[in-house]
Design a protein around this ligand. Sequence first.
Ligand SMILES: Cc1cc2nc3c(=O)[nH]c(=O)nc-3n(C[C@H](O)[C@H](O)[C@H](O)COP(=O)(O)O)c2cc1C
Length: 199
Amino acid sequence: MSTVLYIKANARPEGESRTFRISDRFVETYKKYHPEDTVLTLDLSKENIHFLTEEEVAKHSAEMLTEKDITAKYAYQFRNSDKYIFAEPMWNLGVPAILKAYIDYISIPGITFKYTENGAAGLCEGKKAVNITTSGGDYSEGMAAEWEMCDKYLKAMMALFGITDYVTVSATNLDVIGEDVEAIVNEAIRKAEELAKYF
Ligand SMILES: Cc1cc2nc3c(=O)[nH]c(=O)nc-3n(C[C@H](O)[C@H](O)[C@H](O)COP(=O)(O)O)c2cc1C
């Protein structure tokens, strides 16, 4: 029995967000194929997440925190889960700021990673993540591929935590005039549903 954390990062709500259209279908299919698992939804827009304060930065290590501290609460929840489903649109080439703020909460030495003589090492090995993301443009090749810092950032952070089993489902060009946006989203939904069966 696995615990799955569904981490949603978009101010645009259900029913309007194309990203959530895809990720919700992933989750529906996942639940159907893994009825014994627990899926916890973390809609970051509805959580009381802020930028790290001076006090929180000063206490940013496992030894200085208890589970009552809000950063530790999220970090332990993350570490105690087995699988992660991220859903976010690209905002200004990166992840929405609320997702970055959440990562700042959970990236705590002694909880999700540790420092060693050889540098940082993950404490969440053996877990897996899927990133479901959309963008107005396309970042698959050329200069644009270098500018893509949304999926790349999340993949790097998961690697820091020791999570190297990481896949991406993306729908791109959603704001390009003349594109068949419905067809692009439906194709991403098809891929998401396929992946969810065996995730
Ligand atoms: C604040 C903001 C910033 C954005 N920045 C980018 C960007 O840098 N590159 C891009 O391709 N699309 C960008 N977009 C477009 C979104 O990524 C795109 O419309 C996405 O599909 C929105 O997903 P949603 O329908 O789930 O909200 C931006 C949209 C917003 C609202």
